[in-house]
Write a protein that binds this ligand. Structure first.
Ligand SMILES: Cc1ncc(COP(=O)(O)O)c(C=O)c1O
Length: 365
């Protein structure tokens, strides 16, 4: 594995010239290449109009975007739908699961509203019950009515990882396991075959540095027929012109978001290809190393770092998280606080460097 040429990667992201940008867990930094690709698309639409060729081009862009996402997930493109976000992917999946009143979904504590929202809808609209347990115990907490298990692959507050081996064993026994991969895709290696999960939802705008409004939904082959398609449009059909009886695509395109702009796809593709050109293994390894370094140095300074896994999120307790975040922002250091907790969170990507970490540590004290 050739290590990432940090100077070359950093040069792609203008924001890094001014700011210690440690916020990819919210939205990744935007590259020159991605802006150029999106701009080219828009200019073409301005000059050529948007007729049949435009729609064909959009479809081609979607194919490329899907292949890229699939490659990163270790999946076949046929098992990957394009969405606008992790939240949308989870919503599509949870609405489509065959669940009846009285069935239970088991979920980890402290999950993101992007997952909780869909669970609330399942509870309020379908009479499903939801039970929360600690992430570390999720695989051995099933009850008699548990019909699905869901959690983040990487916990958004702490960077803790799910007990993937125990969950894979559970998935092997036929239990649908749904991962929220918002803080994992692009940040750490993901292999959906190894995870054995039925569903894996991820974001394009975070660790892939794509535009807001992009994401992916993996549906395992065994679930393609069983996961109902609760929302259908042009993109869901293999023959859209066949009217009300139009057949659904026989692959995961049936779950595609109804409309994705060419400029968003082009942005997402260019952002992906930039990172890919440095090698995903190397990108993952560098993010992990820098996050570990930050963890150690925060601890050396007496900060209480939340228990975490080998991920790119580093959270630590603070008496005044909101005030510290603002103070750091004023000093050109972008991290976030996590409302409802006393935590501050730094998201450390391959594009960061020791200087970013030094700046953060100096400012935090
Ligand atoms: C664990 C987790 N899940 C879901 C989301 C929501 O992601 P999206 O905006 O792509 O729906 C986030 C965003 O921060 C997250 O951290």
């Amino acid at each position: 594995m050739t290590p990432v040429d940090a100077a070359e990667l950093r040069a792609a992201f203008p924001v890094l010239e001014q700011v210690a940008y440690l916020n990819a867990g919210s939205d990744g930094p935007v590259s020159r290449q991605a802006i150029a690709a999106a701009t080219t698309e828009l200019e073409h639409q301005r000059d050529a109009g948007r007729a049949t060729a435009h729609f064909e081009h959009r479809r081609e862009l979607c194919d490329t975007q899907r292949c890229h996402y699939a490659g990163l997930l270790g999946a076949a493109p046929e098992n990957v739908a394009l969405t606008t976000s992790t939240s949308e992917g989870i919503a599509i999946a949870l609405a489509g699961l065959p669940l009846a009143p009285g069935d239970e979904i088991l979920c980890a504590e402290g999950e993101h509203p992007g997952l909780l929202g869909s669970l609330q809808a399942a509870r309020d609209l379908r009479g499903v019950s939801v039970r929360f347990v600690a992430l570390s115990r999720i695989a051995d907490s099933l009850g008699p009515n548990t019909r699905a298990v869901t959690c983040a692959h990487v916990a958004w507050r702490t960077g803790e990882t799910a007990p993937v081996e125990a969950l894979a064993a559970l998935a092997d026994s036929g239990m649908p396991v749904l991962y929220d991969g918002a803080q994992a895709v692009g940040a750490i290696p993901v292999d959906v075959e190894e995870l054995g999960c039925a569903i894996y939802a991820g974001s394009g705008q975070k660790w892939l540095c794509g535009p807001d409004g992009t994401g992916m939904l993996y549906v395992a082959s065994a679930w393609l027929e069983r996961l109902e398609v609760t929302r259908r449009g042009y993109a869901s059909f293999s023959e859209p012109s066949a009217g009300i009886d139009a057949p659904l695509c026989d692959d995961a395109r049936r779950y595609d978001t109804p409309s994705l702009s060419a400029e968003a796809s082009a942005f997402a593709i260019a952002a992906y290809e930039l990172l890919e050109s440095f090698g995903w293994d190397a990108v993952h390894a560098r993010g992990d190393e820098l996050a570990s370094e930050l963890t150690l140095r925060l601890a050396e300074r007496g900060h209480a770092v939340a228990s975490r896994g080998n991920t790119t999120l580093v959270s630590w307790h603070s008496d005044e998280p909101a005030a510290v975040k603002t103070r750091l922002a004023d000093a050109g250091i972008v991290v976030r606080d996590l409302p409802g907790t006393d935590l501050l969170r730094a998201s450390v990507g391959a594009w960061n460097d020791g200087h970013d970490i030094d700046r953060l540590l100096r400012a935090v004290g």
